[in-house]
Design a protein around this ligand. Structure first.
Ligand code: PLP
Length: 466
């Protein structure tokens, strides 16, 4: 296959893209396949001689789409949305065509500068003060890892960058509602899971600032080294929000670095009325939000805002001779802010999405999702046999099926299995206070009020007879 062939086949791919997206509603949301079925259809070894594009494309159509879970399906309510707006798909096609490695400014000046400008647009759009500067990582996991590594090195006066950890017990604080990426970060940073202190929460699953203060004091008394606090603004399980301002104040009083995980909920902050949920955010040192979740700039596009990039650059930024370039005083080399050296041109899709839809329409979408989910929760609340377990936080709530005289945990698990085998909608589970619950998280770019309300109709229909 050469570039002349590619010209034809990329047009075919564009046509396929249109058919796929316009036909999504006819597909079951979750993949209908069993483990190993796809692998069994592929030969054991790569071919020695070229295969024609027709054969490759025919196999793609025959094997792949039916064995995929359709994340852009308007009735996908599982996990969190991972939207790919049409303008984002378009931008990715162009970024793919240039296939640049945007490791330093000189390697792709437009990529660096569009990243600076679009993360600045986003900072303004979510209402963060002008001191924050943004950079784009692949995932929130990597943003949080970068922040935790910065906490580690800052707490040792950067001795750890040379000597590693030499016997100190560094301590990181988070609530049990924070994402497992925090657990992963403390492991990867060499701090160790045992030194991630899970701070008590209140009745609304919000970190208790007094408990945070007490935990830090207890660690100081024990001779440990408190290093940083990871706060959650929209936890993955039930959407919990820590009281950011109060917790940041406690952290600052002890000289600790703070990172806020707003991977999902950060996008909603383009709507001013939701910003009370992260009140005090301007005091944070580091914030992550994923435009690839709710804003439509497809995976991967995770933005980290830093009040001061210097500490993170001191931890992550190496500049060997072979990466030196001219005019270093006037430019930013974003690889020094992030973990990998190589970087994709992720800012292009953010630029296209923000321009193609505009903030007003993006706000309208998010407001609709939140309003429809509140309405859906009300309908469930009024339905015998269903309990709302956690109230809507933005566009996420959890429920259980509790038939009269039945075992609610077993009924909830059976109902979820039935719903997902049925295929019209897709929901996922979590455990809350030790018991299984069903999550509903709306936010797919093309979903409508009918799509959201269909969750109730399908659940009630399939609960019959359980
Ligand atoms: C989705 C999510 C993550 C993980 O995001 P990745 O970008 O997939 O690493 C972390 N924290 C929260 C709150 C999330 O919603």
């Amino acid at each position: 296959m050469n570039h002349d062939d590619l010209r034809y086949w990329s047009k075919r791919a564009a046509d396929w893209t249109h058919e796929y997206h316009t036909g999504l509603r006819r597909r079951p949301v979750r993949a209908r396949t069993v483990p190993g079925a796809v692998a069994a259809r592929l030969p054991a070894a790569a071919p020695e001689t070229p295969e024609p594009p027709e054969a490759i494309f025919a196999d793609f159509e025959a094997i792949v789409p039916n064995a995929m879970t359709h994340w852009q399906h308007p009735r996908f309510f599982a996990y969190f949305p991972a939207n790919a707006a049409p303008a984002s798909i378009w931008a990715e096609q162009l970024a793919n065509a240039m296939a640049a490695n945007c490791l330093i400014w000189q390697a792709s000046p437009a990529a660096t500068e569009i990243e600076q400008v679009t993360t600045g647009w986003l900072r303004r759009a979510v209402g963060l003060p002008s001191g924050f500067v943004g950079t784009i990582h692949d995932s929130a996991t990597t943003c949080t890892l970068s922040a935790v590594i910065t906490m580690r090195d800052r707490a040792t006066g950067w001795a750890s960058t040379q000597d590693g950890l030499t016997g100190q017990r560094l301590r990181i604080y988070a609530s049990a509602q924070t994402h497992s990426s925090v657990d992963k970060a403390v492991r990867l940073a060499g701090i160790g899971q045992a030194n991630l202190v899970k701070v008590d929460t209140d009745t609304e699953y919000r970190m208790d600032p007094a408990a945070l203060d007490a935990a830090i004091r207890a660690d100081l008394a024990a001779g440990h080294v408190p290093a940083g606090v990871v706060l959650c603004a929209g936890g993955t399980s039930i959407g919990a929000f820590d009281p950011i301002g109060d917790c940041v104040e406690v952290a600052k009083a002890h000289g600790l670095y703070t990172h806020v995980d707003a991977a999902w909920a950060g996008s909603a902050m383009i709507c001013p009325e939701f910003r009370k949920l992260w009140a005090g955010i301007e005091g944070a040192d580091s914030i992550v939000m994923n435009p690839h979740k709710w804003l439509g700039a497809q995976f991967d596009c995770s933005v980290q805002f830093l009040a001061d990039p210097e500490p993170q650059i001191r931890s992550l930024g190496l500049r060997p001779d072979y990466l030196r370039s001219d005019a270093e005083d006037e430019i930013v080399n974003f690889n020094e802010w992030t973990v990998p050296l190589g970087r994709r041109f992720r800012a292009l899709k953010l630029w296209f999405v923000l321009r193609a839809y505009g903030l007003a329409a993006l706000r309208k979408r998010i407001r609709n999702h939140v309003a429809w989910v509140e309405k859906l929760a009300e309908v469930f609340r009024a339905t015998p046999g269903f309990d709302i377990v956690t109230e809507p936080r933005l566009a996420l709530f959890t429920f259980r099926h509790a038939p009269r005289g039945g075992d609610a945990d077993a009924a909830t698990e059976r109902l979820l299995a039935r719903i997902n085998d049925d295929g019209r909608i897709y929901l996922t589970q979590t455990r809350h206070e030790g018991r299984p619950v069903i999550r509903v998280a709306a936010g797919t770019f093309d979903c409508t009020e009918d799509d959201v309300m269909s969750v109730h109709a399908v659940a009630v229909e399939l609960a019959g007879g359980l």
